[in-house]
Write a protein that binds this ligand. Sequence first.
Ligand SMILES: [Zn+2]
Ligand SMILES: [Zn+2]
Length: 116
Amino acid sequence: MSELIKEIKNSRILKNNGSWMYCNKCNKTVGYLCYSTYQDFQFDFVCKCGNIGSFRLLYKTDKEPIKSTEDLKLIKNRLCCINDNSPLFTIVDKNIETVKYSITCNNCLTQYDNIS
Ligand SMILES: [Zn+2]
Ligand SMILES: [Zn+2]
């Protein structure tokens, strides 16, 4: 794996490269990122407390991601890659108003996003 590039605003993540994601204002969980299955992760949220935060965690690669036309699939609260079932992340819907995300699976380099 290449070096992790990380940019986090008004929020925080429990471990260096994954685990629980928190709003910095109300300290509630907004999501959970699986440690080793993403190549690129972007998550912009508006918390129910009014805070606006964002996460970007990226492992640089020369390979081009392939945009998926289909959505991630939900397996036991985890949003997973439809090609290889890799568990990617979880959105804690009850604590956030809105979320925009983009995530690329590091196994098949398929990119899923809800940013139109
Ligand atoms: Zn909050
Ligand atoms: Zn995949």
